[in-house]
Design a protein around this ligand. Structure first.
Ligand SMILES: Cc1ncc(COP(=O)(O)O)c(C=O)c1O
Length: 361
């Protein structure tokens, strides 16, 4: 018997399951399973990536100053309080590593993003799941679940996989009501899709217990490069910076993200297309008898009569070359999460769901 054993919590982690990318025997499957931007990055970002090829023998910047300046410039934030990571996943990991350990509690919501639980367990902390109200974050339930041991409260706003969000007043009420030692993390992976929403930036500025996380993986179309960032009060960002590896982002990632954030025209085009196609897709699914909550992100959570119907629909979509996401692991076994694709992708998935529903009911 080996005496080599992982730290407490590690073996309780159910490894994260990413969205499937292939269907056996189908060459040109449409991937609508990982909330990627179907249009990819803009030309400026692609050009920056190409140019980075000539510098691959050099270590990257370790302070990320050019990217932090660009983000600060475009979004009106203080670059000194921006911290970049290999995806916002890494910022979530830094937060748990820095603030949560054995005996500490990390709150996430019932249908919250899976990495909150994984990162909490990876650091020996105890994840605490709080129920939502009809697939919407419930601030009162979170406040009621807080204890002296609460160190972090993760809210994705908009939330994945529900697509719903809570208003800024509710977030402020949550931040105000937290125990003294708890930090509110507003995960804004999908905030860029919401016109006029700052992802929680104003609340970060107003308080000393709020951090927001953001990503280049969704609207900016750079999921494959792994770039995210966090923004918070100086005392938090200073602590997080101490656990960050000096070269956690590659030269190519830094240069491409900088070009992407400055290319506001491309980002705006993608946001507008997503809003239009999301409304069309939700309506088309509803006409086929498949309801969904109003989504504020780049995906729709389609609700079926039960788990068997959702799974059968998924099988039918697969047979038509369409990959969507089962979300039983998020306590939503009767749902499928469908990323808003390009126009052709949306039409194909709506048509295939319609075909299925005609036979199913
Ligand atoms: C709510 C939420 N937060 C964070 C992430 C992590 O994204 P990334 O690490 O690519 O920035 C995702 C990815 O799907 C997400 O849905």
């Amino acid at each position: 018997m080996t005496k080599i054993t992982p730290q407490p919590g590690i073996m309780d982690i159910a490894p994260y399951q990413g969205g499937a990318a292939h269907i056996d025997g189908i060459a040109n499957a449409v991937k609508l399973s990982s909330n990627e931007n179907p249009f990819g990055p803009g030309d400026a970002a692609k050009e920056a990536f190409r140019k980075a090829a000539y510098d691959l023998h050099r270590y990257p910047s370790s302070d990320h100053s050019a990217l932090r300046l660009a983000i600060g410039d475009v979004l009106g934030l203080d670059p000194a309080r921006i911290l970049c990571g290999a995806g916002s996943d890494e910022i979530i990991a830094f937060l748990c590593q820095t603030y949560a350990g054995p005996g500490d509690e990390v709150i996430h919501t019932e249908h919250g993003f899976g990495m909150y639980r994984i990162s909490a367990l990876a650091n020996g902390a105890t994840p605490v799941e709080v129920r939502e109200r009809e697939r919407v974050t419930d601030v009162d339930a979170i406040l009621a679940a807080c204890t002296d041991a609460t160190r972090l409260v993760f809210i994705a706003n908009p939330n994945n996989p529900t697509g719903t969000m809570v208003g800024e007043a509710e977030l402020a009420r949550l931040a105000t009501g937290l125990p003294d030692r708890a930090l509110l993390v507003i995960d804004g992976a999908y905030a860029d899709y919401v016109d006029g929403y700052d992802g929680g930036a104003a609340l970060v500025e107003a308080r000393d217990n709020v951090v927001m996380t953001r990503t280049f993986s969704k609207l900016y179309g750079l999921g494959g490069l792994r770039i995210g960032w966090g923004y918070g009060p100086a005392h938090v960002m200073d602590a997080l910076a101490r656990v960050r590896g000096p070269f956690n982002l590659s030269t190519a990632a830094l240069a491409t993200a900088e070009a992407a954030v400055r290319d506001t025209a491309w980002v705006e085009k993608c946001r507008i297309d997503n809003t239009r196609l999301r409304a069309w897709l939700a309506e088309a699914l509803a006409e086929h008898g498949v309801p969904s909550d109003t989504s504020t992100a780049n995906f729709i959570l389609a609700r079926f009569a039960n788990q068997a119907e959702a799974e059968a629909c998924d099988e039918h979509l697969k047979s038509e070359g369409l990959i969507v996401r089962r979300v039983a692991g998020y306590n939503l076994p009767h749902c499928l999460r469908i990323t808003v694709g390009d126009e052709a992708g949306c039409r194909r998935v709506a048509h295939a769901v319609g075909q299925f529903m005609k036979v199913a009911r």
